[in-house]
Design a protein around this ligand. Sequence first.
Ligand code: TYM
Length: 331
Amino acid sequence: METVVSGIRSTGNLHLGNYYGAVQNFVKMQHEYNCYFFIADLHSLTTHPTPANLHGNVKQVLVEYLAAGIDPEKATIYVQSDVPEVTELYLYLNMNAYTGELERSTSFKDKVRANPDNVNAGLLTYPVLMAADIIIHKATKVPVGKDQEQHLEMARTFGNRFNRLYNNDYFPEPYAFSMGKNLVKIPGLDGKGKMGKSEGEGNAIFLSDTPEAIRKKVMRAVTDGGPTTENQEKPQEIQNLFDLMKVVSTPDTYVHFDGLYNSMGIRYGDLKKQLAEDMIVATQPIREKITDIANDAAYLRQVAIYGAAKARESAQKTIREVREIIGFRKF
Ligand code: TYM
């Protein structure tokens, strides 16, 4: 059976981008593949969270994984820092990752632009840690959103380079994957690019948002003055709302509002009201479970311990073999 690995950074509550880009695929894939889903708490250290924030955020992602329907009996759910073998592999891969190629990564350049005062080495080698996460379980499929495609290419590069250096084919090639045909990019509500936690207040709808919060955010989403000719191309901020509608609403609803736009009869207030209600319906089953699971400390502990043991078993096997390949020998 093919192995699947994916993770989400522990930076707080999951939003619709995380859900439709990744978690929804996790839930589907757990029935068909050997799955490892983790909480990337080591990756989140690049932004220096306080100890209390770090733990709270790890817990939140764990709770939301479970609330979304990942079954710890089917998939292995674990916290990245509970599997120290990952950091060992990261160190080995770092020896064959070149600073030039790391500096050219789009997400590194974006981060440097956004936070010029915190360009740490962890940020530079972020894709190497990500490659270690994936190839430690020899995964071939990685369910992620469109924004992670380049990181997957780098994971293949580092795995292949290890293979070439030691003249073997130990690591298979991992590819970004979606159960739908294409990798998705969920837009945010600010009229610009993707939905993301760091893209500013109000841009993201969280799975844990109350219906009132969802309505408020959607009603504030950026729109324009309305179409001025029939069948005109939608500007970015309007296209974004339609793209969101495509994800959470029925095809009929989408066609209805698209028709109104094309005939210049659209009222954005109506579109937003519908979009907000459909988002509320889409997130309701998850939202309802979040509080219950969050209050069950014993269950969360049990899931984390069980998952860490399973993930370590797989990771330890890889590390044993990698050490042998590299040439670390016992005296
Ligand atoms: P992160 O935590 O930024 O995002 C987690 C997952 O959510 C997807 N995603 C989106 N998909 C579609 N539209 C959006 N607006 C959107 N926003 C986020 C991301 O594509 C991702 O799949 N580096 C990773 C975490 C990670 C990882 C890994 C993933 C660490 N190691 C190994 C896969 C395999 C990250 O920061 O994702």
